[in-house]
Design a protein around this ligand. Structure first.
Ligand code: NG6
Ligand code: CA
Length: 502
């Protein structure tokens, strides 16, 4: 009897311990490589045949590759806003493509992806493209302290390009300061008028090494016309062909420096956004012009990070993620021959549209997650969204977002690790109009925007009539079946409205 009781207690204690073990917080390192404008079809593991991405493919073979993963928007700033806050960007005004002199658009009181991990004891770093504004409501003080910025929303360290490589100022910011700035050569920035007698792309096209196809004709930096005017800061200017090498080096240093504690690295590459100026090792290597070369450079970057993790024996205890902020664009404003040299490559893969589009190529993006022994290797068609990283990694590490924070973010660990094959009930996509996906159905609300953007040659997916597509039968969204299925249109429109009103 006594023995039996002891045994029973023993069993139940073991059971409790096991239950506790299951839900006990874990603190693997997390490295999120966030590519820019990389299309679903731009990598060979997603079906590209004209270009090869061996490192990304190797990562996919060691992890899980998603075929129905979504950025929250078809452009950069709103997708980045969402991945960091767990909130749909369309809920908040001022989250469209940010000018290069925007102030910080993330409320510093919010729980963010880095701040929730910081709370769990992580060291957090942001390296690469920021494009979420910096500074207070007066805008950035380029010659002084640049705050609030990444450090005020949960990052311990940052080395960032403040906006995009096609926007001034063309300088890196380390923590609160422009890096390598000579105080005797202060930076002046204007988004309204030329500064002094500085040449501009518009007036001095003879100084350009890369012509513009649209816009990008204000300041000339390194022979490239940019958006916005700038003067000064010569010693701080980046070199375009070294951006990938510089950012990769900073990312590797962050990993090496913090190898002994849990770390989160948000590594937002400049590749493959315009202007595309690949490093010497990649020029001409893809046969597809600079856009293809930039993809190879991105693939190299991924390989470098994998190598660093391997060499520090961190691979098994690190969740390594590769994804993109929005879909692909071929000519995004520079005459860089990306169109002429495409050679039959299809950046959108089987999807319709591209960057800026309500069609799926706008927001359905590559997503690969490697976590050895924890994710089921292979592919998953589960509906997943970058919005969910916040709640998922919060839950994994034993943290909850604040009561009003991360409202659109859910713990989707089961889907991200491949155990749950279904994923989200719905996801909302945002370009000019809103669309919603539920199961095999996708509904795009009526919108009066242009159907087609000639400058970038992308179908935007706007239509004054409701659109409904059966993604199982018609992944390329060619046949609008709204008229045939009024009840499904009604249901999805109501769900979208409920989410908007929430
Ligand atoms: C557009 C730019 C484009 C790119 C985009 C933002 C022009 C003509 N086009 O306005 O080149 O910078 O903004 O891209 O200026 S994103 O990936 O950061 O959203
Ligand atoms: Ca982008």
């Amino acid at each position: 009897m006594k023995l039996g009781l002891t045994l029973l207690i023993g069993i139940s204690l073991a059971g409790t311990a096991q239950a506790q073990k299951k839900s006990a917080p874990q603190r693997p390192n997390i490295v999120l490589i966030y590519a820019d404008d990389l299309g679903y079809g731009d990598i060979s593991c997603n079906g590209a045949t004209k270009i090869h991405t061996p490192n990304i493919d190797r990562l996919a073979s060691q992890g899980i590759r998603f075929t129905n993963a979504h950025a929250s928007s078809a452009t950069c700033t709103p997708s980045r806003y969402s991945i960091l806050t767990g909130q749909y960007a369309w809920r908040k005004k001022g989250t469209g493509i940010a000018p290069g002199n925007a102030s910080l658009i993330i409320d510093t009181a919010r729980t963010t992806l880095p701040s929730i991990l910081q709370r769990a004891g992580y060291i957090t770093g942001a390296v690469g493209k920021w494009h979420l504004g910096i500074g207070n409501e007066k805008g950035p003080d380029w010659n002084g302290e640049l705050k609030p910025g990444p450090l005020e929303i949960g990052f311990n360290y940052c080395w960032i390009m403040p906006a995009t490589a096609d926007r001034v100022p063309c300088v890196y910011v380390e923590n609160h300061r422009v890096a390598n700035l000579d105080p005797n050569d202060p930076i002046k920035v204007s988004y309204t008028a030329p500064i002094g007698n500085e040449p501009t792309g518009k007036n001095n096209p003879e100084l350009l090494v890369m012509k513009s196809s649209q816009g990008h004709n204000n300041a000339i930096v390194n022979g490239i016309g940019r958006i916005g005017f700038m003067q000064g800061g010569k010693s701080a200017l980046w070199k375009d062909d070294l951006i990938a090498a510089t950012l990769t080096d900073k990312a590797q240093r962050f990993i090496i420096e913090h190898r002994q504690q849990p770390f989160f690295l948000y590594f937002a590459t400049h590749d493959i956004h315009v202007p595309r100026v690949p490093g010497a090792n990649f020029v001409g290597k893809s046969g597809l012009g600079v856009r293809g070369d930039a993809i190879l450079q991105l693939d190299w970057t991924v390989g470098q990070i994998m190598h660093t993790l391997d060499s520090l024996h961190l691979t098994d205890n690190t969740i390594l993620i590769v994804s993109s902020d929005n879909g692909p664009v071929i000519d995004d404003g520079y005459a860089d021959q990306a169109v002429e040299l495409l050679n039959g490559h299809t950046p959108s893969g089987p999807l319709r549209g591209g960057k800026y589009s309500n069609f799926d190529a706008g927001t359905r993006v590559p997503l690969i997650i490697r976590w050895p022994g924890k994710v089921k290797t292979g592919t998953s068609a589960a509906l997943v969204s970058q919005l969910d990283f916040l709640a998922t990694f919060g839950a994994l590490t034993g943290q909850q977002p604040g009561i009003n924070d991360g409202p659109d973010s859910f713990d989707m660990l089961a889907a991200f690790t491949g155990k749950d094959k279904k994923g989200r009930e719905t996801v909302v996509e945002y370009a000019g109009s809103l669309g919603i996906i539920k199961g095999n159905w996708k509904y795009i609300e009526p919108g009066n925007g242009e159907r087609y953007d000639k400058a970038v040659n992308i179908e935007l997916g706007n239509d004054p009539a409701p659109q409904l597509y059966d993604l199982n039968k018609d992944l390329g969204e060619k046949n609008n079946v709204a008229v045939q299925h009024p009840e499904i249109v009604k249901d999805l429109a109501a769900r979208l409205k409920a989410l908007k009103d929430a």
